[in-house]
Design a protein around this ligand. Structure first.
Ligand code: NAI
Ligand code: XMP
Ligand code: K
Length: 496
């Protein structure tokens, strides 16, 4: 019989009672009993009432994070991305459609030309091949392929050297089917065509080798339509109703209503409208950090809640507006209410490493939403640049001046509000490689954390939390220093 000491750690229900706003770093979770291997930990979860995921990770709706490439990679991994709305509605819908047209874990971004064009080698943008279609864009009839090595004379029209397309693969092929197709047909590359014969993409043996170098893909996130699950964000303005309709037509499985303070009549009206018009699509509301806010949105019919205000790495909301909450407290409080209402919680922002994910999930979240953690990966929009010898990509807050003047102008500056005040910054993050590698390694670390807790699944972690069996403590400043790397002259931190 285990020796029980009331003070041998305290349950969350006591920790979060004292009028402090705690963040992940303030807390340390206590170990439980290990009686299963780390590989046996089941991290499967729900994004929202009706959307099941094998991997509890969500890519933020930000224009330096989530477009088609992130959406297909995350869905192929068993996770999900929320396509941002900082662009015209028809472009956002086209991104959702492009992601849902694929079953491969990547978007190759091969150039697509029309027969009348005369591309230069530079127009191939480093690709060995390009597709030639009737209209010169995707979702148009495939005419043939262009090979970069043939583009020696920039004034020569493509019709002079276009090659007939080799046998095409179906865009509904997953990675294993597509790589088997290339091998069986003995091809170096193959166009991917939709059932209607439209050009979707192109796969090469180089792509196959690259994907094979990553950890094996698990169970993908697939909707009832058999296609990748893709979510998309909208705002709460009148014209967001038209955006919503276009996104639903494009096949979006979930709609995230994107706001820093979700407890508004604007959002409540939009939730009701969306649920009435498209009851088959899950609506995720937010952001909220208190039970009172959550109550309003749940009463309005949301299927999921996004939690976090000012906790993001690029967020200045707490500095600018003085409003928000420590992320650990916010997640615990909102989840303790929402989980009772069968509404899953997304812990949004402030995830810097795998331990933060363990803490967010152990405190009641069903998924974590990440911006900076995924920023700088191959799958994010934007090009790499070099800064002080480091390969970096831009990452910016959606409330930064730069992002606001790009697309969300109407949202911030329209109507009566004419003075721009930023609630976010623009920065850079290091190259993270592919999320197809980053997420599996990170999830392995999260499984090891769950094993340490003695929780063999996300459900079991939530059960331990509710039963007050999960113990934890607040760390002093010195304990936090002790928990990090210290006392070394120099070191190299290589996580995997
Ligand atoms: N999670 C966080 O801590 C934060 C996130 N952000 C991100 O920045 C972006 C923008 O967030 P917000 O500025 O909160 O966007 P928002 O669209 O909720 O609010 C912008 C402004 O428009 C007003 N507004 C919204 N709907 C309206 C309507 N129908 N009629 C009249 N006025 C209306 C709002 O009250 C607010 O003043 C999002 O991507 C959000 O996720 C920004 C700050 C903090
Ligand atoms: O105060 C803010 N100003 C902004 O400009 C901004 N842009 C994004 N977000 C929120 O931050 C989350 C991503 O946070 P991380 O980089 O820490 O993952 C995202 O998922 C958002 O919730 C913002 N918050
Ligand atoms: K912050």
């Amino acid at each position: 019989m285990a020796y029980l000491d009331d003070d041998d750690g305290v349950p969350a229900s006591l920790i979060f009672r004292r009028g402090y706003s705690y963040t992940y770093n303030d807390l340390i979770l206590h170990p439980g009993l290990i009686n299963f291997p780390a590989d046996a930990v089941d991290l499967s979860t729900r994004l929202s009432r009706n959307i099941h995921l094998a991997v509890p990770c969500v890519a933020s709706p930000m224009d330096t994070v989530s477009e088609a490439a992130m959406a297909v990679a995350m869905a192929a991994l068993g996770a999900v991305a929320v396509v941002h709305c900082n662009t015209e509605a028809h472009i956002q819908a086209a991104i959702v459609r492009a992601a849902k047209a694929r079953r491969l874990p990547f978007v190759s971004s091969v150039p697509i030309f029309s027969l009348a064009s005369a591309p230069s080698l530079a127009d191939f943008a480093g690709h060995d091949y390009a597709l030639v279609t009737e209209r010169g864009d995707s979702l148009s009839k495939l005419l043939g392929v262009a090979v970069a090595a043939d583009a020696t004379n920039p004034s020569a029209p493509l019709s002079d050297y276009m090659r007939p397309a080799p046998r095409s693969a179906s865009s509904s092929f997953d990675f294993e089917q597509a790589s088997a197709f290339l091998a069986d047909e003995n091809l170096d590359y193959a166009p991917l065509l939709s059932e209607e014969g439209e050009a979707i993409d192109l796969i090469t043996t180089k792509d196959v080798e690259r994907i094979r170098s990553y950890p094996k893909l698990g169970k993908p996130s697939l909707g009832a339509d058999g296609k990748f699950i893709v979510a998309a964000s909208i705002g709460t303005r009148e014209d967001d109703k038209r955006r919503l309709e276009q996104l639903v037509q494009a096949g979006a499985n979930a709609i995230v209503i994107d706001s820093s303070q979700g407890n508004s009549t604007y959002q409540i009206d939009m939730i009701k409208y969306a649920k009435k018009m498209f009851p088959q699509v899950d609506v995720i509301g937010g952001n909220v950090v208190t039970i009172a806010q959550a109550q309003n949105l749940i009463a309005s019919g949301v299927d999921g809640l996004r939690v976090g205000m000012g906790s993001g790495s690029i967020c200045t909301t707490q500095e600018v507006c003085a409003v928000g909450r420590g992320q650990a407290t916010a997640v615990y409080k909102v989840a303790s209410y929402a989980n009772d209402q069968n509404v899953p919680v997304i812990a949004d922002g402030g995830i810097s490493f795998s331990g933060h994910i363990v803490k967010a999930l152990a405190l009641g979240a069903s998924t974590v939403m990440m911006g900076s953690f995924l920023a700088g990966s191959h799958e994010t929009p934007g090009a790499y640049e070099y800064k002080d010898g480091h390969r970096v990509k831009k990452y910016r807050g959606m409330g930064s001046l730069e992002a606001m003047t790009k697309g969300s102008d109407a949202r911030y500056l329209g109507d009566t509000l004419k003075l721009k005040v930023a609630q976010g910054v623009v920065g850079t993050v290091a190259d993270k490689g592919s999320v197809l590698r980053l997420i599996p390694y990170t999830m392995q670390a999260v499984k090891q954390g769950f094993q340490d807790l003695g929780a063999s699944s996300l459900q079991s972690a939530h059960d331990l939390l509710r039963a007050d069996a999960l113990r934890m403590e607040v760390r002093t400043g010195a304990a936090q220093v002790e928990g990090g790397i210290h006392g070394l002259m120099s070191y190299e931190k290589k996580p995997f």
